[in-house]
Design a protein around this ligand. Sequence first.
Ligand SMILES: [Zn+2]
Length: 596
Amino acid sequence: MASSWQKISFLLRESDVNISNRGTFKSLSRIVCSCLSQMGDNTLVLQMLEKIILDQMSQNPPIDNVCAMLRMLITLDSNTMIISQRAFISLGNILPRYLIDVVRCIVEDDKKTTVSISSSSCHYYLIPCFVLFDKSHELLNLVLNTLGSWITESSLPHVTGDHTHYATDISSMVDAVVFLLQLMHMDDKICQIISLFKAEIDYIMEGIRLLESSEEISMTIEEKHKVQCALGRLQNISAFFKPSSSSSPCPNPAAAPPLLSNENDDELTVWENTQHHYCNTYKRRAPNPQSGGRDKNPVNQLPEKPFSDGNFGKPESTTLGRIVTKNKKRSYAQFYLDFGQSDFNLHTCSTCGVKYTAGDEDDEKAHRAFHKDYTNGIPFKGWCNERVVHLPSVEGGRIVLVLDSDPPAQRNKVGEVVKRMESELGNGWILHKLCKVYLFILSQRVAGCLVAEPIKEAHKVSSFAVDGSSGGTNTHEAKLSTLQFGDIRFLREVMRKAPSVPEALNENLNGAIFCDREAVAAVCGVRAIWVTPSNRRKHIATQLLDALRKSFCMGFVLERSQLAFSQPTSTGKALASNYTGGGGYFLVYKTNHIVP
Ligand SMILES: [Zn+2]
């Protein structure tokens, strides 16, 4: 293996001379990466190669070589952080230079040629660094500090050497650093991470200010202008690093350099599509409803300074790989890298049905919170004047009755619970003003809920349909619940987020319910009844029904058979049938009109 590595590194060195042929070089490094990933235990391979790769990179080879080697490191380090601490320290030295070289290369190419290396190359060179920054925020910190110290130190008197030459150098260096920050800023993920390093950005900005006002360093007017422009651009984007989403004025979009040219877009695409074992691609993540709030800061937070600088407006006119409409709110879509991980796309929790990005801390946190509320119930601290329905059978919990006339705090809690129920039972039909809501409280959470309403009449179920769909091939049909009054059939489709009903329970009770055409008098209708997944099979629904019978009418307790059920789901049918004494004969009623 050592000898094969010698060959690889020889090939990489040899191709120095032919950098212009980037396509070939990319294919080569792709093959190398592919080989590496097939060598076996990544940890072992990395242990052997890490030092060699880092040594090679330290020798300051051309950017294509550094890029290829970074990609190798990442290939070997794809799943967990196994790069050593020592490696990160040397990367901290290598990356600032590399990044500035990349940026300069892009800028130079933009100036020189019409067919620039443009966005795809930009992606190609920067993505490995972004991956590493994402893995290690310390590394990003290190790089930002190094960049900042370069600027600050160069603006101090004692390091001034050949003034003219140095100033030229420093002004384009400042330009490059700011351009780099702009590129980072365009990547939403890095932008989020970099917002943690406000102090480092300020440090860089302070260095540029110092340079601008420095009497010691003589710069031509052009160079001074360059520095001023860079400072303006940095001030502009640093407002984003707080982080806040915002728009910014773009007085001179025409001057934006052609960072993107569409005909070259496919360079990265080709790279992506020809990968078998690994590919580097940034993909959009679907917006996460759980964390949507943090991205929607008000627009007016940004100081809307007009700049006369011609270079200004770069970040607004184009971003890596997509066009951003000017003066519109930024959309903070998340980018992710596909290294072939099985759950690359959104991970869907099989229990609560929430989609989240595995590995994203915010996402996972939001999911954990939702998941707990979903399975155990919404937290409930208790009220000082609860209307508790006392039942001897309830152990360790209690049943609280809430009416529409109760204080807002109580009704709000009910609203929260009903919303949860609706996510399983369908939207917008559960609650109205005349409803009595029974909450089953267990371990300071709402473990179950029953919504009942006064009714006047109900129909007796005369038979269950035997043509249940459980044997059918159409699984969609199993989720349909039918209620039939004579010739009129009611269908309600229940969209389940996740399977929560034991299959056996469903089997015999699917299909239609046939009811007697004649109505019978009834007083109490069970509109909806629901128990959190982790508390099912604990007779909570039964106890809620008991509490309902006991408290619905003042002065007397209803018989089990007197309860009527709204168009039930299959589980609801099983419950109603069992509760009312088996045989499947119970009362049903229509809830198709909502009482205001
Ligand atoms: Zn979950």
